[in-house]
Design a protein around this ligand. Structure first.
Ligand SMILES: [Zn+2]
Length: 196
């Protein structure tokens, strides 16, 4: 089973004052007109981009867990996501594809997308996000197998010119029935498409 995640309520005022300091430390005048409301806007934006810390993805899946004998692969593909890399706090974004093979229980399709949304709205690395989505579905639905594929572009690579500007990073993780190459292939064939 999984551990229930603890709740944390961030302090907007404190965040604002820190972002004001950051602006000043960057050599800007935090009091000039265009920047006056920036600390508040950035603080609110960051709270939104990290709202995933304040939602328990397990509960989201359990809230729509239905008994069902269907035992073929269920696929939710092309789930758009936006996340922040934890090393630079710059965006990485792309698509997640999720498949699972039910073992007596299914969940609402929109809940799968919600789980991606929750884990992506945290400071992340793509590898861990992929694993967490997989594990959350495995732990709550106990399916015969789960597979998650994530394709993303990382602004920390693109903006800083570290690597090729248009490179796409792909990660995948799976459990159970997806240990069979044939099952993975079936999923991969179904999500084949062009670029992001
Ligand atoms: Zn980064």
């Amino acid at each position: 089973m999984f551990e229930k995640e603890k709740n944390y309520s961030p302090n907007l005022e404190e965040l604002k004052s820190h972002y004001r300091s950051v602006i000043t430390l960057l050599g800007e005048d935090a009091d000039r007109e265009g920047l006056l409301k920036t600390p508040e806007r950035v603080a609110k934006a960051m709270l939104n981009l990290t709202h995933g810390y304040r939602v328990d993805p397990h509960e989201v899946l359990l809230s729509a867990k239905f008994k069902e004998e269907y035992s073929q692969m269920v696929i939710v593909k092309d789930i758009d996501f936006f996340s922040l890399c934890e090393h630079h706090m710059l965006p990485f974004y792309g698509k997640a594809h999720v498949a699972y093979i039910p073992n007596g229980y299914i969940t609402g399709l929109s809940k799968i997308a919600r789980v991606v949304d929750i884990f992506s709205h945290r400071l992340q690395v793509q590898e861990r996000m992929t694993l967490q989505i997989k594990q959350c579905i495995q732990d709550t639905l106990n399916p015969l197998g789960v597979m998650v594929v994530v394709e993303a572009k990382h602004m920390c690579m693109q903006m800083r010119g570290v690597e090729k500007q248009n490179s796409i990073t792909t990660t995948s993780d799976f459990t159970g029935a997806f240990n069979q190459a044939k099952t993975r292939e079936e999923f991969m064939n179904l999500i084949q498409h062009g670029s992001l």
